[in-house]
Design a binder for this molecule. Sequence first.
Ligand code: HEC
Length: 122
Amino acid sequence: MGINLIVAICALLIISSFLLLINGVRASADAETKLNARTAAALYSKHCATCHGKDGRAKTFKAKFNHARNLTEPGWQEAVSDERIFNSIANGRGKKMPSFTKKMTEAEIDSLVQLVRGLRSS
Ligand code: HEC
């Protein structure tokens, strides 16, 4: 076997393991995004839907009673920053919106900020 062949085989092995590694990282990132979407949806239906409605439009009796915000409103979505949404979920807002710092992690609140963004109606 010539030395060149050995070098070529080594190079091939290194490249293919590198590609496998990249694919693995990508697959786990995908899985993480999906997991986040799933946890966010579960968190929302458990903690938020009672006041804001499953669709975020705050049309339920309880929503009207509490004056919960319609989270789909484009005007509000445009005016509000991610930080403010995060803070409102973490610390509560007004007299009726409770604080959620004790019930969820920062990452979970982040995933809810993304979910709230996705509720926007065009
Ligand atoms: C007990 C009822 C209630 C629950 C539960 C509740 N909210 Fe609210 N939420 C409100 C009310 C009322 C307001 C309006 C507060 C105000 O502006 O005075 C509000 C406002 C908001 C706002 C707008 C805040 C801003 O900065 O303008 C966001 C975003 C929001 N809620 C998200 C959520 C999310 C996400 C959850 C679940 C983790 C949740 N809410 C749970 C009642 C509730």
